[in-house]
Write a protein that binds this ligand. Structure first.
Ligand code: FES
Length: 156
């Protein structure tokens, strides 16, 4: 199942407010499609950060995918500080790949929760090849919600 960011906010906005969490209105808007260049430039187990689109383009053994940098705790931008120990990690070490700078939520390379305070994993966004250039394009305006969609990879 996929959903646009606008649809997601329309469906969940009031629910988030009811839970006392920030609604979509307070979330900085990611804009558009990131051009990650040729597939060969996307290195296994590395994440390339695209700040305007607030996402990482990644490659695992299955192929290329995109993970949002929008922390699902209170929506700080995780940016590109992966693999850095927080000052008070309490021995957590480097089990996480992405570390939110605001309250130190940790996520795996695929955006699953390693430790809170977040209680939600990172969103995934669809990736495709540009039909003209062959570049990898990652669309931050669409959110992949189901486990099946999140498991999809671009095999390029
Ligand atoms: S906003 Fe990321 S941990 Fe709080």
């Amino acid at each position: 199942m996929t959903i646009s960011r606008r649809e997601f906010c329309a469906v969940t906005g009031s629910g988030l407010v009811a839970l006392g969490l920030p609604g979509c209105g307070s979330v900085p808007k990611a804009t558009g499609v990131a051009n990650a260049g040729p597939p060969a430039g996307i290195i296994l187990n590395q994440a390339v950060f695209f700040k305007p689109q607030r996402l990482f383009v990644c490659r695992d053994a299955g192929g290329i995918f995109a993970v949002s940098s929008d922390c699902q705790h209170m929506h700080c931008d995780i940016e590109n500080n992966n693999g850095v120990d927080p000052p008070d990690d309490g021995g957590i070490g480097k089990m996480y790949f992405y570390l939110c700078p605001c309250h130190q939520s940790g996520y795996t390379y695929t955006g699953e929760i390693v430790h809170g305070p977040t209680v939600r994993p990172l969103f995934h966004h669809p990736v495709s090849l540009d039909p003209v250039t062959g570049d990898v394009m990652a669309d931050s305006s669409v959110i992949l919600l189901s486990d099946a969609d999140k498991a999809m990879r671009l095999g390029a």
